[in-house]
Design a protein around this ligand. Structure first.
Ligand SMILES: C=C(O[C@@H]1C=C(C(=O)O)C=C[C@H]1O)C(=O)O
Length: 402
């Protein structure tokens, strides 16, 4: 798809601050890590504990460790250690104009091919139904490759993503290499808290079960009510909550879901969400290790986890890399917050690769899941200044949807 916008948005120019290696701005406040920094020796999930213990033992009191854990637990992470930056939140930065004309968009795979993969996963679930290791849920993702006429201005993008105060806007620098001479980063606006730790107190806020928000307020409310009543979405959600509770229980003295499951929202999506709160037995476990123990939850992978991860590798044509991993930060005491790396894109120079996935359980409808992923691209597309529904190309609309 080739999109030509007649006018670039007219926004105030502002001085460009030194880029942050990682930054998080959301309901929990703003955290920035700027250089000078060192990258922790890269490694996979199995080696994280020893690398983190060594880094924290040598950390200065105001040091932060922040960055990104990849989706694949066998792949190398990208974590940076640096001083906490004493800088105003990106909210204070006026967005610069985005030179947005002549963008190219390509769905990889197309909505139709994605729907065929969903149908394949549903067939596997049906064949296996009743067996001990049966696939109960899988999250399948697709991507939109966006090419801009000029390098994408990340600071402006961050302020636009942060305009939705229900999400945490984030950016994390990723390893660059010969394929990315202009550097590479993961930017997004995640609505999903994987784990937050302050002393002994921990919280997680998994989301699963989604509906697209609609411009008409009556239809929008009806979409939220339908989600609240949907048996398929509650099944999809319950698997995530149970898995998180199972993983956290051995670490906790108290653990529960004080508010139960509720419909929550961002500007573009409704979700089922359950806030989990707990009190750790031992407050010395760093937040990044709790994040790694939880990751990947069935909100982004599936159940059983290893089966779902294996099938994801076979059915998704584009590697996830750091999408659907965990992004966050941890201070010298181990306190910090880690988020599920969704509603995001990998950005390098003029290119952005947007990712979106949807949870598939028996009863899912392949085209509806393709539409859900299309809707999940919406917030990021809008932040780029592109039409919010550009990701819905090739997807049949349902009654009441605009
Ligand atoms: C996988 C994504 O989202 C996840 C999947 C959801 C679902 O299937 O309903 C909802 C929220 C997220 O946990 C994504 O946005 O890419």
């Amino acid at each position: 798809m080739n999109i030509r916008l007649s006018e670039a948005p007219n926004e105030t120019a502002a001085p460009v601050p030194e880029p942050a290696l990682f930054g998080f701005d959301g309901p929990a406040g703003c955290i920035l890590g700027r250089g000078p920094a060192r990258r922790l020796e890269p490694g996979n999930a199995a080696t994280l504990q020893s690398r983190i213990s060594a880094a924290l033992a040598a950390a200065a009191p105001d040091d932060l460790i922040g960055g990104s854990l990849p989706f694949d637990r066998e792949a190398d992470d990208c974590l940076w250690q640096c001083a906490r930056a004493d800088t105003p939140a990106p909210t204070g930065i006026a967005p610069q104009g985005l030179p947005l004309v002549d963008w190219q968009l390509r769905a990889e795979p197309s909505a139709q091919v994605y729907a065929a993969s969903v149908a394949r996963a549903l067939d596997i679930m049906e064949q296996e139904a009743g067996s001990a290791d049966a696939l109960a849920k899988i999250v399948l993702a697709r991507t939109l490759l966006v090419e801009a006429p000029a390098p994408i201005p990340v600071e402006a993008l961050m302020s636009r993503l942060h305009a939705d105060r229900s999400v945490t806007a984030f950016r994390v620098a990723l390893p660059s290499g010969p394929d990315h001479p202009q550097g590479r980063m993961l930017c997004g606006a995640t609505p999903e808290l994987l784990i937050e730790k302050r002393g002994r107190q921990i919280a997680s806020h998994p989301l699963a079960g989604s509906a697209r928000r609609l411009a008409d307020p009556v239809a929008d409310r009806a979409a939220a009510e339908a989600l609240a009543q949907s048996d398929k979405d509650h099944r999809e959600h319950a698997l995530v909550v149970e898995s998180i509770l199972d993983t956290l229980a051995p670490h906790c003295r108290e653990l529960g879901c004080p508010e139960g499951t509720r419909v929550t929202s961002t500007r573009s999506m409704w979700h089922l969400g359950t806030r989990i709160e707990g009190r750790l037995r031992d407050d010395s476990t760093p937040s990044v290790l709790l994040a790694s123990a939880l990751h990947p939850t069935p909100a982004v992978c599936g159940m059983p986890m290893a089966r779902a991860a294996d099938l994801i590798r076979k059915l998704e044509p584009v590697a996830r890399d750091f999408y659907a991993g965990a992004v966050g930060w941890c201070d010298a005491n181990g306190d910090g917050a880690w988020y599920v790396a969704i509603r995001c894109a990998e950005i390098s120079g003029r290119q952005a690769r947007l990712y979106a996935g949807a949870g598939i359980v028996p009863g899912s409808d392949p085209m509806a899941e393709a539409a859900e992923t299309g809707a999940k691209f919406g917030a990021f597309l809008a932040a780029l200044g592109l039409p919010q529904d550009a990701g819905l190309a090739g997807v049949a609309r349902r009654n009441g949807e605009n």
